[in-house]
Design a protein. Structure first.
Lengths: 669, 749
């Protein structure tokens, strides 16, 4: 790995030029000194400064190429006067100097146009592009001066150097599916809702779904929070999807699906959940034949049979599903259970196989006398399957047959447990109790404030710092629970506080049902033992988290079966990347990443969002919009969608708060 | 209508001036309302902030950086400075950027003299150019009425915003390309209504009228403020005149809009050489013989009043086919609602969250209604339920639910709507019993409107507020118009819906209020812009010439229940209606002397013509004329049983004009002239056994048609569309139900 010669990244100032290794200082940031494999970087330049890794770097050309890359970006935008003309002028002036035709007046004009861009551009990209260029002009001035004085090209002006650029945003970088969030918000702002949807679908086919039930990690990386409150990013995604559905428009794909290639290549996908659907979507858009094998008669995976109707209406999710399944290149086989033998056949028959079967086994709570065959002991996944298959598809029978007027105890703390307790309320349970080992703050962190708050409103009793020690039954009928109380003791070492059992704090709960929702595991039986697939320490399928190929060539894995139980957006992000890798693998048998993907991973390591940054040029104090919810009375006994979504005014006002924090960065290799 | 949230007032100091404003307004809005100037290049009051030019940046005490005043909402207590040397420099730089490579062709550019780029280049003293760059090749495009020159375009995006947010065509889009960006018209072939809204808001010479181009300098034209006479919206416009010729129409585009007919259909004047005494005397003879005056509703309020006075003085029957059904509708409507007028207007539609359109092909019937619905759809995500036998595919980006009913079943549909929407709690016993006793199953089956469709409509209301029911001409011409009106009135009276009854012709509302109309013509008929035994015509094809509405002063009563003035754009040299009336003893010096005598009991206010304003307020308020006053009337009328719903099996024609056509007057305008077709679906073609391009003959309402049939693939079903605007004076004679069974005489091409 090369050393940092010079850096102005994020306010640090390192200048090791001409210094011995002992005197040299190191960067505090995870800069991309190594590009990929054994390719090293010469320099990295971006919104927050510039870092040079080789003494010999041509700073003038670096600045010129950065301006050129911005110019390429602005050719995909050009939505404001300073950015539209400024980007062009910046590049023209720098290139004029770099090719040996510049004058000192040009550097003055450069500074002048930079100033206007930094103060008045619409997007952060226009405001930040001049910064590292001005840094280079200041600290590598002798290179600029030489080129002007001697009217000669910069030192590597004609050399073959590769410059790889990537546009991102703090929210996009934090999104596991790397959704182009500023673009879809801009679509809402401009009331071009179709454009908004297309922006989302570039990397996220499940726009209805992730406009409703995404835990929105992006909002934790929203720069608007540095000014007042984060943008309500997730809910703005609904507008584009609702627009398409409300007006029965044709599918708004990011590009017209390419015709089926018919070249004999085909990909198998095991599971039609978020990961399977997403991978199928991006493969099929390219015209690659995909067959999906789904165990259930219905599609959509855990989001269909796990996430309740009041949170994720199936008629909306079904749109996301149909978007994928209606593509020419996709075929789906329902009621098709893939076991180890079948998987071997499929793997043999297809050019690549993606495992996307999720994690659908409820884990035990690890109490004494815990037996899956005990009456009243009901795994969360099985319970939610029953509720949702009936309420959404009319399959089976209503869970109220079991739960009406009963006392239900759920052990959990994540989204699944919230679904369990809130469904239990709706199925008519007399009393619903949630036991959780940790505290209120953590349960909100694990889910969302709204989710917790709404459950409390609906009458769910939360007992924190508690865990079941023993389950009691009579004739195999569950009767009561012995529960331990815990308290949080600060770790004297300064680590995470430890849970310590409170002596004498035990209590009993009489109940009819215990529904464990602590976590889910994947069904490893479907994996042929003889393959000896590498597994993670938490017993999910291991990949390197970049290309999603398992230890077996040609076998890929994405979503919960790869990561362990996680979010929809995580599954989508993984599947999209896996689809990209597969689309090349089936032709050349190689596992490769695109430059764009390599840069995504670099930026994720570097971290785009800076919570300490001071935001200027925006009006602070404009509150985040909150959409209307059904009142408790309106929702408690039915499956109506609780969140009514933004009104037009709310959506526009929220979209106008977005600061379009696009950034461009570039590596020279 | 209820507005839940109380609006909080805030205090903002701008350049030392203390301003009060409701929270939610932007800094720029507050500044403008208080007469403080902040320069902009892309701001357009009637759409949401575009934020592309960045000229409007201001400084705010305690806030670092420059703040975009057009977009940022003002908060309590802020101190704003709109001009500093630093702000000036940045604005000047932006102007320098705008000027990079802008062609120096002001000498021949249409916009010269009224160009924002010229004005601000001078304002910011950009005398030299520091910035240069290579210019890509850009070609001029022809979009029909409009020409687009991308080399002149500054990419302010105003045109795209009006097309999307107001017109609803969604035709214009940005072809992104940074410095190479241009505007593209993606629906040029189909979907673009050529309304010219884009052209009117263009701040530079990029979008100009193809016809007007190179014909005159802007400063040579005299602006005659007027009201558009083509439909009942009575839009504000100016005829721009030079040497007795109208060159073009402009409007106060910052606040108001026009359709293509208003903008391009201006030269419908009736040219005469002078007063033809022989014809005039013939006319007086005819009036002496006549017992009936039959007239078109494309007429001013004052002329309508003259006719009413003639009726009162001479006992003429007044027959106005275009307004009679509407008058019947309004009377019956009032007899239930208890109010003299319907409650809503275009502004109500624009701010609605749910809009039900019933019995009107709004896109062609009244473009301003369509614009208002489009804005509601975009800005408020309004649910738009379009209840009509023809699913208008042009509206699919706006409509959220189509309810398609059987032709003729309007009364049944009105009953279904009333049944579903009216809350029984506040009802008197009779009405409650009436609704409860409706045979919903039968009505649903006969009208072919499923109960689940009505349920879905009710679902659309959800927890929303601000509902408008828009009804149109299909209902006024229906034989059961009165009971339909009563059912609609029930909805207005007992639900939170406001109602707008679109007047079916330019001044149908004025005529309906001012004239006592008769049903039948008598022995001898004077036709006024309508066919009669003796015809007075502004179309120049009658027995005595009359001035057209761009040659007259007077007022119209618009869909907004507003009385708006219009002025003489072109001098008229012949006789006018007032001359005839005066000769017959109904005497006034000028037609506009009648303005202040418009009936006060109908809501008119007795204001003299010269006292009527004709402009907009600083914040875009339409200050033209005045609003009619709504007053209470008896509402003890009874609903009638629903009559058996008629059936219209087989081929059916629907009377509707094309986009930008309303009447023989729009048809006469040179730019709008086009061949009219019979348009139908593939299914219609199949049922009628005709093909695209076939010439067909048929007769309806006594009018003979020979039309070329065209297949419109966006249409479905067996209802075809037949325009009447090319039928001259005959077109105003029609009062029958808007749908008719068709018997075809086909001649293959």
């Amino acid at each position: 790995m090369s050393a940092v010669i010079f850096s102005t990244w994020r306010g640090e100032f390192i200048d090791n030029r001409g210094k011995s290794p002992d005197e040299s200082s190191e960067s505090g940031f995870k800069l991309p000194q190594n590009y990929h494999g054994d390719v090293t970087s010469k320099a990295f330049i971006g919104w927050d400064g510039v870092a040079i890794f080789q003494e010999d770097v041509d700073a003038l050309r670096l600045a010129t190429e950065y301006a050129a890359q911005y110019q390429v970006y602005s050719e995909a935008c050009g939505r404001c006067a300073p950015g539209r003309w400024g980007g062009r002028i910046l590049y023209d002036l720098l290139d004029k100097i770099a090719r040996g035709e510049g004058s000192y007046a040009d550097t003055d004009h450069l500074k002048e146009v930079s100033q206007t861009m930094m103060l008045t551009s619409k997007c952060e990209i226009g405001r930040t592009v001049p910064k590292p260029i001005l840094d280079l002009m200041e600290h590598y001035w002798e290179q600029f001066r030489d080129a002007i004085e001697h009217q000669k090209p910069s030192k590597h002006y004609h050399d073959d150097i590769k410059y790889i650029a990537k546009v991102t945003a703090p929210c996009t970088d934090m999104c596991p599916a790397l959704v182009d969030i500023p673009a879809y918000i801009e679509g809402v702002r401009d009331m071009q809702f179709g454009d908004s949807l297309v922006a989302t679908r570039q990397t996220m086919p499940l726009a209805h779904t992730c406009g409703r039930v995404c835990p929105h990690p992006c909002e934790d990386a929203c720069r608007r929070a540095n000014l007042d409150e984060p943008i309500s990013i997730m809910e703005l995604k609904r507008l584009g999807a609702d627009y398409e559905t409300d007006h029965a428009l044709p599918w708004q794909h990011p590009h017209p699906p390419k015709p089926l290639r018919n070249d004999g290549k085909k990909v198998a996908i095991i599971g039609a959940g978020p990961a399977g659907l997403s991978a199928a979507y991006y493969l099929a858009l390219e015209g690659i034949k995909v067959d999906i094998f789904e165990e259930l008669p219905v599609n959509g995976g855990e989001v269909a049979v796990g996430v309740p109707q009041y949170r994720m209406p199936i008629e909306k999710y079904q749109k996301d599903i149909d978007l994928v399944l209606e593509l020419e290149a996709v075929d789906i086989y329902n009621n098709h259970r893939v076991d180890a033998e079948r998987l071997k056949e499929i793997e043999e028959e297809y050019d690549a196989t993606l495992l996307a079967f999720g994690a659908r086994l409820s884990k035990a709570v690890r109490a004494k006398n815990e037996r899956a065959d005990m009456q009243g002991y009901w795994g969360a996944i099985a319970m939610l399957d029953k509720v949702n298959l009936w309420s959404k598809y009319g399959i089976g029978s209503p869970a109220s047959n079991e739960l009406k007027d009963k006392t239900v105890v759920c052990v959990g703390g994540g989204f699944t447990s919230m679904d369990v307790v809130r469904c239990s309320v709706r199925e008519g349970a007399k009393k619903v109790i949630m036991l959780y080992r940790r505290d209120e703050k953590t349960i909100i962190q694990n889910t969302t404030y709204e989710e917790y708050h709404e459950a409390v409103e609906e009458g769910v009793e939360f007992i924190f710092h508690s865990a079941i020690e023993e389950i009691f039954d009579e004739n195999n009928q569950l009767k009561k629970l012995l529960v331990n109380r815990f308290e949080l003791m600060p770790d004297p070492e300064g680590g995470r506080p430890q849970l310590v059992k409170v002596e004498g704090g035990d209590f009993e709960i009489e109940c009819d049902y215990l529904i464990p929702a602590v976590s889910q595991a994947l069904d490893t039986h479907i994996l042929p033992k003889e393959w000896g697939l590498a597994m993670t320490s938490w017993d999910s399928i291991q990949t390197n988290g970049k290309d999603y190929m398992t230890s077996r060539p040609g076998l890929f894995a994405a979503g919960d079966c790869e990561y362990g139980p996680m979010t929809i957006v995580n599954a989508v992000g993984q599947a999209k990347r896996a689809a990209s890798v597969i689309s090349r693998y089936i032709y050349d048998g190689k596992v490769t990443l695109l430059d764009d993907e390599i840069m995504e991973d670099h930026l994720a390591r570097l971290k785009v969002y800076n919570k300490d940054e001071k935001v200027t040029g925006w009006m602070p104090g404009l509150p985040r919009m909150v959409s209307e919810k059904l009142s408790v009375q309106e929702r408690i006994d039915n499956n109506r969608e609780v969140n009514l979504g933004f009104t037009g005014e709310e959506a526009l006002s929220e979209a106008q708060r977005c600061m379009r924090c696009y950034y461009i960065s570039m590596v020279a290799v | 209508m209820s507005k839940d949230k109380e609006i909080k007032m805030i205090t903002v100091t701008i350049d030392g001036k203390v301003c009060q404003a409701p929270y939610g307004k932007t800094i720029l809005q507050i500044a403008r309302e208080n007469g403080i100037y902040i320069p902009t290049m892309c701001y357009l009051t009637k759409v949401k902030p575009i934020a592309s030019c960045r000229m409007c940046v201001v400084e705010i005490e305690g806030v670092e950086g420059m703040i975009l005043s057009c977009q940022e909402v003002a908060t309590e207590g802020i101190h704003v400075t709109t001009n500093t040397p630093q702000l000036y420099t940045q604005r000047q730089n932006i102007m320098k950027l705008y000027d990079v490579n802008h062609p120096l062709e002001c000498g021949v550019c249409d916009k010269s003299g009224e160009c924002d780029l010229q004005n601000k280049t001078l304002e910011f003293n950009v005398a030299t150019q520091n910035f240069t760059t290579r210019e890509p090749h850009r070609t001029v495009e022809n979009w029909g009425f409009i020409s687009y020159d991308p080399a002149l375009c500054i990419m302010c995006e105003k045109c795209v915003h009006v097309c999307n947010e107001i017109v609803g065509d969604e035709s214009l889009a940005i072809s992104v390309g940074g410095y190479k960006s241009t505007i593209v018209n993606k629906n040029l072939e189909d979907g673009c209504h050529e309304c010219g809204e884009c052209m009117s808001v263009c701040p530079v010479g990029a979008l100009v009228s193809t016809h007007f181009k190179y014909s005159s300098n802007a400063w040579e034209l005299t602006k005659i403020p007027a009201a558009c006479s083509h439909c009942s919206s009575g839009c504000e416009l100016s005829y721009e005149v030079k040497q007795d010729k109208i060159y073009r129409v402009t409007n106060n585009y910052e606040f108001s809009s026009l359709c293509g007919a208003g903008r391009f259909g201006y030269d419908f004047e009736n040219r005469t050489n002078g007063k033809d005494e022989i014809d005039f005397n013939n006319a007086l003879d005819a009036f002496a013989k006549a017992d009936t005056i039959r007239f078109s509703a494309t007429i001013s309020n004052e002329e309508a009043l003259i006719l009413q006075r003639l009726k009162e003085a001479k006992g003429y029957k007044l027959v106005c086919d275009e307004a009679k059904g509407y008058q019947d509708f309004l009377k019956a409507y009032s007899s239930i609602s208890g109010k003299s007028l319907y409650s809503g207007d275009l502004a109500t539609i624009k701010s609605s969250k749910v809009i039900v359109v019933f019995g009107s092909m709004v896109d062609s019937d009244n473009p301003m209604v369509k614009y208002a619905i489009s804005t509601a759809s975009k800005q408020h995500r309004a649910r738009v339920i379009y209840v009509h036998p023809i699913e208008d595919a042009n509206l699919s980006n706006i409509v959220t639910q189509y309810i398609k009913y059987e032709v003729g079943s309007e009364e049944g549909v009105a009953a279904l709507l009333a049944h579903a929407l009216v809350d029984r709690d506040n009802l008197d016993e009779d009405t409650k019993a009436f609704l409860d006793n409706l045979d919903i199953g039968n009505l649903s089956a006969e009208s072919n409107v499923g109960e689940e469709e009505i349920d879905a409509l009710v679902q659309s209301l959800g927890k929303r507020k601000d509902f408008t029911l828009v009804v149109g001409a299909d209902l006024y011409s229906h034989p059961r118009v009165e009971n339909i009106a009563k059912l609609i009135a029930l909805i207005e009276k007992y639900t939170s819906f406001d109602t707008v009854a679109i007047p079916p012709a330019t001044n149908a509302l004025g005529v309906a209020l001012i004239c006592e109309l008769d049903n039948q013509v008598g022995e001898y008929t004077i036709g006024y812009n309508s066919r009669g035994d003796f015809t007075l015509s502004a179309l120049g094809e009658g027995d005595l010439d009359m001035p057209s509405l761009n040659q007259q002063e007077g007022t119209f009563t618009t869909i907004n229940k507003q009385v708006v003035p219009t002025n003489v754009a072109l001098e008229y040299k012949g006789y006018i209606l007032n001359d005839i009336a005066s000769a017959l003893g109904v005497k006034k010096q000028y037609t506009i002397d009648y303005t202040q005598e418009l009936p006060i009991d109908k809501g008119y206010q007795g204001v003299a013509f010269d006292d009527l304003k004709i402009d907009f307020g600083i914040n875009g308020e339409d200050l033209r004329g005045y609003r009619l006053q709504t007053h209470g009337v008896d509402s003890n009328s009874m609903l009638e049983e629903i009559a058996p719903l008629p059936t219209y099996d087989g081929l059916v024609l629907y009377r509707a004009n094309s986009i930008n056509q309303f009447s023989p007057f729009t048809h006469k305008a040179k730019e709008l002239q086009s061949q009219e077709f019979l348009k139908g679906s593939n299914q219609f073609a199949l049922a009628a056994k005709i093909s695209d391009g076939d010439e067909v003959k048929f007769e309806l309402d006594g009018i003979k048609y020979t039309r070329v049939f065209k297949i419109d693939t966006s249409m479905k079903g067996t209802v075809a569309i037949n325009p009447t605007n090319d039928k001259g004076l005959s077109s105003t004679l029609v009062s029958s139900y808007r749908y008719a069974k068709l018997i075809l005489d086909v001649q293959n091409k």
